[in-house]
Design a protein around this ligand. Structure first.
Ligand SMILES: Nc1ncnc2c1ncn2[C@@H]1O[C@H](COP(=O)(O)OP(=O)(O)O)[C@@H](O)[C@H]1O
Ligand SMILES: [Mg+2]
Length: 240
């Protein structure tokens, strides 16, 4: 359902041209939670940004459900950002002065959902992430892990089929990071409405808990296992 085919992306020009993605091929199905690893600067965020409709690729294509894109700039994929892909960032990106429920509802309202319905959907999403008793709390009154769960509620509230998470546990302690990962797995493996999650992480322990690991190296993705993931830390990923 998410299919990336021969995707390339370079930055700069002339002798300064930097070829970041050199032909990425990958497929993710509903119900799959995939961890994306790779050295710093290998292009993980670039790949997510293109899939998420925040950046145009140079060549190749992305098919998500019935939609095909990849070379269109952000203005050409408004519908991808609005309907198809939810984002989760390392630093949560919540609005400080809004309650949990309003943070989630506002994102829905921006995408065109009427206020009343947005509040209902936000409530449902917050219950789903285990924050049913924290609806009216503002971010400062929540722990880091709880704030990230509000961000996850925001990402799932619009029933988007794919979540992109760029180092979602980077600002969390180990226990909260594990909780977020378990929540991701529960969302992916939901028998009624399974979604797909592509998560960038530097933590091999978390990555090994995903359904599958991909390694981005030399501009391409390859299947990975726990040994090579650990090898990344030790010797720059040269191990098979
Ligand atoms: N907008 C940009 N302009 C120029 N270079 C960029 C831009 N975005 C990313 N890069 C470069 O592309 C490479 C990959 O970056 P990134 O995707 O952020 O890597 P990662 O997320 O794996 O650390 C880096 O060398 C980075 O400096
Ligand atoms: Mg990055």
């Amino acid at each position: 359902m998410l299919e990336v085919t021969n995707l390339t992306k370079a930055f700069g020009s002339g002798s300064n041209k930097l070829h970041v993605l050199k032909g990425v091929d990958m497929t993710i199905k509903p119900g799959e939670m995939v961890a994306l690893m790779g050295p710093s600067g290998s292009g993980k965020s670039t790949l997510l940004n293109i899939i998420g409709g925040l950046l145009a690729g140079d060549e190749g294509s992305i098919t998500l459900n019935e939609r095909t894109y990849g070379k269109k700039g952000p203005a050409g994929v408004v519908d991808v950002r609005r309907d198809l892909v939810g984002w989760i960032f390392q630093d949560f990106h919540l609005l400080d002065n809004l309650s949990a429920v309003d943070n989630v509802a506002m994102a829905l309202e921006l995408s065109g959902v009427a206020s009343k319905e947005a509040e209902l959907m936000a409530t449902t999403a917050l219950e789903k992430v285990g924050l049913g008793d924290r609806m009216q709390f503002i971010p400062d009154q929540l722990s880091g892990g709880q704030q990230q769960r509000v961000a996850i509620a925001r990402a799932i509230a619009g029933n988007r089929p794919v979540l992109l998470a760029d180092e979602p546990t980077g600002n969390l302690d180990i226990a909260s990071g594990k909780e977020v990962l378990q929540l991701f797995k529960d969302l992916c493996h939901d028998p009624v409405n399974p979604i797909a999650i592509l998560m960038v992480t530097h933590d091999p322990d978390l990555a090994s808990n995903a359904d599958r690991m991909l390694l981005l190296r030399d501009g391409r993705t390859e299947a990975s296992d726990i040994r090579s993931a650990w090898g990344l830390d030790v010797d720059g990923g040269e191990e098979e």
